[in-house]
Design a protein around this ligand. Structure first.
Ligand SMILES: Cc1cc2nc3c(=O)[nH]c(=O)nc-3n(C[C@H](O)[C@H](O)[C@H](O)COP(=O)(O)OP(=O)(O)OC[C@H]3O[C@@H](n4cnc5c(N)ncnc54)[C@H](O)[C@@H]3O)c2cc1C
Length: 308
């Protein structure tokens, strides 16, 4: 362990916020991934900025994660520091914005399910689509997460971010450059600290019914009983990844314990004990087979971390 670095970390964080050689399998929904040298759990914006500043000054590699629901981490883990923005940074504030609309500001560690429920409690509409996405707000802004016709881009006003030198700034909606599963955050490796949204009041029962309906559709169609990272591939223009994979005859196709879900071919699942290498081999083979059959090269939506 790097003792010097550990001492520097202790100037910013308490002992229990510093995990050493922490298995990342415990922090990803795939339940896969070797250890990170350090995994840090900051509690506020200033701690995140201070950590980034130190890591940059020392020229040490680091990576930010939220709920790990869109991540495939190498079996060898990550040779560097993980900053996990989670429950400790999940405060939510709701207040009047203008005559009819309300502003919702939330820490980037809040889970989308919790945020969607809070917004529903306030009888505001426009975030129902996100209630079943198992990510954090920071990950969702970064990925411009979306489902069932809604996406983060629809209601976001802006976000506070930290750049790679530890400087904080506010980016408004236009600055965030949100597109299909992309944002300026990914391009510039910014870190999202919090985000604000504007919503209109809605009917309480309609909001709840919509959330229940969407979550039921998820349970019906998606293999939620297995660890996964959701849709493995982005939607290619004019096609659906899951349909291409199914039409290529790959339903249930397996490498080691990684499998193309029989329930939803767009999901690669961990059947139990799959390695990152199994998942990668499966992804590579599926991309090649689909390309050979249909001339479409599927692009992974899942983000890769570590050596492959
Ligand atoms: C069962 C299941 C269903 C899913 N359904 C959907 C769906 O319907 N729609 C959808 O869009 N996605 C879906 N996903 C994928 C995933 O939940 C989303 O992409 C989610 O937004 C990722 O958030 P996260 O906090 O888990 O991010 P992580 O997986 O931790 O990270 C993903 C990326 O975001 C970056 N990141 C995370 N937090 C921050 C931060 N605070 N600042 C800067 N960068 C950050 C990471 O560096 C990484 O590049 C699903 C996943 C699963 C497992």
């Amino acid at each position: 362990m790097n003792e010097d670095f550990y001492q520097t970390l202790k100037d910013i964080l308490r002992d229990e916020q510093i995990l050493i050689e922490e298995p990342l399998a415990k922090h990803t929904t795939f339940q896969i991934g070797g250890p990170a040298e350090f995994l840090l759990l900051p509690e506020n914006n200033h701690q995140v900025a201070a950590l980034v500043k130190v890591l940059c000054e020392k020229n040490m590699p680091f990576y930010v994660i939220g709920n790990g629901s869109n991540l495939l981490v190498s079996d060898k883990g990550y040779k560097g520091t993980i900053i996990k923005i989670g429950q400790c940074m999940s405060n939510i504030v709701v207040r009047e914005y203008d005559g009819s609309r309300y502003l919702v500001q939330a820490g980037s560690g809040v889970l989308l399910s919790k945020l969607a429920n809070k917004i529903a409690e306030h009888e505001l509409t426009g975030f129902e689509f996100a209630s079943g996405i198992p990510g954090s707000l920071g990950g969702a802004v970064t990925m411009n997460a979306g489902a069932y016709g809604g996406e983060i881009k629809d209601s976001i006003m802006g976000a506070t971010v930290v750049d790679q030198s530890g400087s904080m700034m506010y980016l408004n909606k236009e600055d965030l450059k949100l597109g299909y599963r992309k944002s300026i955050i990914q391009e510039k490796n910014y870190i999202v600290l919090d985000a604000s949204f504007v919503f209109e009041p809605g009917n309480k029962d309609d909001i709840r019914n919509k959330m229940d309906d969407l979550n039921e559709r998820r349970r019906d169609k998606q293999p939620l009983e297995y660890p996964s990272a959701g849709s493995t591939f982005k939607r290619p223009e004019g096609y659906f990844a899951g349909k291409l994979i199914m039409d290529a005859g790959l339903r249930g196709y397996q490498v080691g314990n990684a499998q193309i879900s029989e329930k939803h071919c767009g999901f690669v699942i961990n059947k139990g004990g799959a390695t990152a290498a199994d998942i990668m081999t499966l992804i590579t083979e599926v991309r090649q087979i689909v390309f050979d059959k249909f001339g479409v090269m599927l692009e992974p939506e899942v983000r890769l971390l570590g050596e492959f």
